[in-house]
Write a protein that binds this ligand. Structure first.
Ligand code: BEZ
Length: 260
């Protein structure tokens, strides 16, 4: 991608993935997946692409179901962790997939909201699927982490910083995503939004430090702890329980479609 092609959302989404930090603060990403895996219903021997495979925790589960699975991700750190599990994974930009029609299914969990050029993603998925192949995905949908984003925006505004760095992810409505799929030759079997309150094992602080580094870089390092405390104060009444446990206001868009 050239500098002139970068958008505001690219700046907001700049993300350096660290395999250990990810495993510690975000293991729930691969743990809370039984529904989307049941929508995929992987069959022994079929060829599946796991798009945005991360450290391969879920890729491994698909493999255990007997499928032949290739993982794709654009983080070398996470791919290295996936290779340590013995998985076949490739470095790929999900917005420029170059696979031919070799897969029976393309699967994706918690990755597509990072890829803001959704039309390019869907075109690449269509190219990678055999005729009649399935596309099953779950990712952030409309309204995802709305409270967290609003608190980040408000805090940036109060401090004279850039609120756009609070967000930038792709969180479509089902109607919007259905239209995108149909325009690219898919027939949609099921699609919907599913609120999924998600416990944060390392609290809001752990989540923010894993996923919003580019937002906090607006402040000198010595001030960041205080900024996080202000964000926690704003969000505690809605996202922290009486015992001090944090739950994020996740909303998932889940979809199953077929390449016609
Ligand atoms: C999500 O899975 O919805 C998500 C993960 C990290 C940052 C933002 C959203």
């Amino acid at each position: 991608m050239t500098a002139s092609q970068r958008t505001d959302s690219d700046a907001a989404l700049r993300q350096v993935w660290g395999a250990e930090k990810y495993a510690k603060n975000a293991r729930f990403v691969s743990d809370m997946t039984s529904e989307v895996v049941s929508w995929l219903a992987p069959r022994p021997g079929e060829h599946i692409l796991d798009l945005g495979c991360g450290d391969g925790a879920l890729t491994e589960k698909l493999l255990q179901a007997g499928a032949v699975v290739v993982g794709a991700d654009n983080s070398e750190a996470l791919l290295a962790a996936a290779r340590r599990r013995g998985l076949d994974v490739r470095f790929k930009d999900g917005q420029a997939l170059d696979f031919g029609p070799v897969f029976d299914a393309v699967f994706s969990n918690a990755a597509l909201h990072w890829m803001t050029r959704a039309d390019d993603v869907v075109k690449g998925v269509a190219r990678a699927l055999k005729k009649g192949g399935r596309f099953v995905a779950e990712f952030g949908g409309h309204g995802n982490i709305a409270a967290i984003v609003t608190a980040l925006r408000a805090t940036a505004i109060v401090h004279g910083k850039d609120p756009a760095l609070a967000a930038g992810w792709f969180y479509p409505t089902p109607a919007e995503y259905r239209a995108l799929l149909e325009a690219n030759g898919f027939s949609v079997d099921k699609i919907g939004l599913f609120p999924r309150p998600t416990p944060l094992p390392t609290g809001l602080r752990g989540w923010l430090s894993t996923f919003r580094e580019s937002y906090f870089e607006q402040w000198p390092e010595r001030e960041r702890g205080q900024i996080i405390s202000e964000i926690e104060d704003l969000l505690a009444p809605s996202l922290r329980d009486k015992s001090g446990n944090w739950t994020a206001d996740y909303v998932r868009l889940r979809v199953a479609a077929v390449r016609a």
